[in-house]
Design a protein around this ligand. Structure first.
Ligand SMILES: Cc1cc2nc3c(=O)[nH]c(=O)nc-3n(C[C@H](O)[C@H](O)[C@H](O)COP(=O)(O)OP(=O)(O)OC[C@H]3O[C@@H](n4cnc5c(N)ncnc54)[C@H](O)[C@@H]3O)c2cc1C
Length: 443
């Protein structure tokens, strides 16, 4: 298999790299062994969120994204944002490149109706009644932006048998949260619990099952019509757990909106949520509509010649399938996706790149030393990864580019913690977009 650019990894970073390199005229092959963390995510794109959620007196005390980025540049010169910025004074450059990369991501996923802002985070309610701050979210989630509501009358819709969402608990937490901020976003919350169309009473249901049922527009229509007849007066917003369709999501939402006049929103759910899977499906659709060739295989080794990568060995060692390109992008993620592996010591398995954590070598460090046993504390292993130069080339142990024709993107890059800094997909979109651009330009 031959191409101008081979991208390894099918998460947000690898997909953006492949699409950008193809847009720049390169013949691109994307190799992935499975879906990325995007499929496990909440489906929102975090660029830089506040590290602490509460207490906040008012919505306007929420740190702006630009201020959080400046803080990152000031405090962490090894953060991928600092590398792209070119140092502490490069905030304008960073913001410009982030804007390009996010606009590119939004253009590639039109079906999701992603919206938001580069300047200020939106505040989206979760199924637990807490709040997630993020930069961009799909249309069905963004309607729940609490910082855009004033004195709203909200109806929360629960589904019998859905353990993910307990509307009464959510109501208590959300009411308390709302009372802490001025102006008051929610004045009143009502709750209703409904039967899922076609379900047997009392059977436990998973969010994906309900979403698939609402893909059937007839079932969606019946449900929405019946709910419309039960709406309490003065309801301004109707909130659902994120189950309004999977493959047919936008048409399901349209059907609901035809029957329900208040604003509708879905709430954020924890890992393996339906909106995360919708994001992955829409990345797949973007790849299908491009000239990128997608190959499902595992890259197990790379043949290297001095500072040049010659080819990749795919599948098991016996099959001897290879992929050859002029340039390569490694976007294989962290531990959960297999980009990094750890038995006793963390390791990058394809190119044997050195790993770092807080500017110290991590691959000679027992993995247990990168774990904190207190679940509330920051986990060091989340910051473990490779170092890169300003051209996004992975560095060797001496700080030199390891290979002339290898670029890196996404969470395989170390020195940032997407959980506490809330910048996971922002870094993936930015570095993916730039790595694809650089890999294509160097041909
Ligand atoms: C559970 C979870 C929830 C999250 N929620 C959010 C969120 O709501 N918002 C947000 O902004 N960020 C979120 N993040 C962070 C964000 O999803 C990641 O930081 C970002 O998506 C990483 O993208 P990536 O493309 O670098 O890696 P990944 O998405 O991990 O993709 C890696 C890809 O490489 C492939 N791969 C790995 N090894 C090989 C190999 N040897 N050969 C071939 N292919 C290989 C994998 O199969 C996969 O396709 C979440 C992360 C997790 C784990």
């Amino acid at each position: 298999m031959e191409a101008d650019v081979v991208v390894i990894g099918g998460g947000l970073a690898g997909t953006m790299a492949a699409l950008r390199a193809a847009e720049r005229g390169s013949g691109v092959v994307l190799i992935r062994k499975g879906y990325g963390s995007s499929a496990m995510s909440s489906g929102t794109i975090d660029i830089a969120g506040p590290e602490q959620f509460l207490p906040m007196d008012a919505w306007d005390t929420l740190p702006r994204i630009g201020d959080r980025l400046k803080e990152i540049l000031r405090t962490n010169p090894l953060h991928p944002y600092s590398i792209v910025a070119g140092g502490r004074t490069g905030i304008d450059n960073l913001q410009e490149r982030l804007r390009e990369a996010c606009d590119f991501t939004l253009r590639q996923t039109p079906g999701l109706g992603l919206s938001g802002s580069h300047g200020q985070n939106v505040a989206l309610p979760t199924v637990a009644g807490t709040v997630k701050f993020t930069a961009f979210a799909p249309a069905s989630l963004i309607e729940g932006n609490l910082s855009a509501m004033t004195d709203a009358n909200v109806l929360l819709v629960g589904f019998k048998g859905l353990a993910l969402f307990h509307p009464h608990i959510c109501k208590q937490a959300l009411a308390r949260y709302s009372s802490l901020h001025s102006p008051r976003c929610i004045a009143e919350i009502d709750v209703i619990e409904c039967d899922v169309p076609g379900s047997q009473n009392g059977r436990p249901l998973k969010p994906f099952e309900i979403a698939k049922r609402f893909d059937d527009l007839h079932a969606a229509e019946e449900f929405a019509r019946s709910l419309a007849g039960q709406l309490p007066p003065k309801v301004t917003h109707v909130g659902f757990p994120p189950v309004l369709g999977l493959d047919n999501h936008s048409k399901t939402c349209e059907t609901f909106r035809r029957h329900l006049t208040p604003r509708l929103f879905e709430m954020i759910a924890p890992n393996f949520s339906v909106p995360g899977y919708r994001l992955q499906l829409s990345l797949d659709a973007a790849l299908r509509n491009s000239s990128v060739r997608v190959v499902t295989a595992e890259a197990v080794d790379a043949k290297r010649d001095g500072r040049i990568v010659r080819n990749l060995l795919l599948g098991d060692m016996k099959s001897k399938r290879t992929a050859t390109a002029k340039n390569y992008v490694v976007a294989t993620g962290k531990f959960s996706s297999g980009g990094l592996v750890a038995n006793d010591f963390p390791k990058e398995p394809i190119f044997g790149l050195p790993l770092f954590c807080h500017d110290k070598r991590a691959d000679d460090n027992f993995i247990g030393n990168l774990l904190r046993w207190n679940v509330d504390s920051k986990q060091l292993f989340l910051s473990c990864g490779i170092h890169i130069d300003s051209a996004l080339r992975p560095l060797d142990a001496f700080g030199e580019p390891a290979y002339e024709n290898l670029f890196a993107a996404g969470s395989i890059i170390g020195e940032y913690d997407y959980v506490s800094e809330k910048c996971g997909m922002g870094v993936a979109a930015l570095t993916g977009y730039l790595a694809g651009e650089k890999a294509a330009a160097e041909i």
